[in-house]
Design a protein around this ligand. Structure first.
Ligand code: 5GP
Ligand code: ZN
Length: 113
């Protein structure tokens, strides 16, 4: 079994409350929210980052993006939101298990730092 933090969360080992869960993915609130809504959506399968994505993950990624849309609707983000996938060291990735940030509930600035 993997020691990876988000693999453990995905397996339900840390008692994390899921906002949405299927066989393939899980969504939960970020422990250090950067906006009123800050949700992380992960594949349960260990994929290190976007840079390690394989063609076989195509359906899983489609499911994940549709889940983000559903979560955004549930959170009432009709005025917009941002989806971020930090990738690798220069991308600011701190947890080496692919995750999509869903951020919303305030006006977000651009460009990021
Ligand atoms: P990254 O910097 O890799 O794009 O994003 C990792 C995110 O995971 C950060 O926003 C951080 O706050 C969040 N995070 C780190 N550890 C935990 C945890 O144990 N539980 C939850 N819910 N979020 C975490
Ligand atoms: Zn993992």
């Amino acid at each position: 079994m993997s020691d990876c933090l988000f693999c453990k969360i995905g397996r339900g080992e840390l008692g994390t409350e899921f906002l949405l869960e299927t066989d393939g993915i899980a969504a939960f609130r970020d422990i250090h929210p950067q906006a009123p809504t800050h949700i992380l959506v992960i594949p349960k399968k260990h994929i290190q980052s976007l840079a390690q994505l394989e063609p076989e993950d195509q359906t899983l990624m489609g499911e994940l993006l549709l889940a983000i849309r559903e979560l955004a609707e549930k959170e009432g983000l009709q005025d917009g939101y941002r989806v971020v996938v930090n990738t690798g060291r220069d991308g600011g990735q701190s947890v080496d298990h692919l995750h999509f940030h869903l951020l919303g509930g305030r006006s977000l600035q651009w460009p990021p730092g």
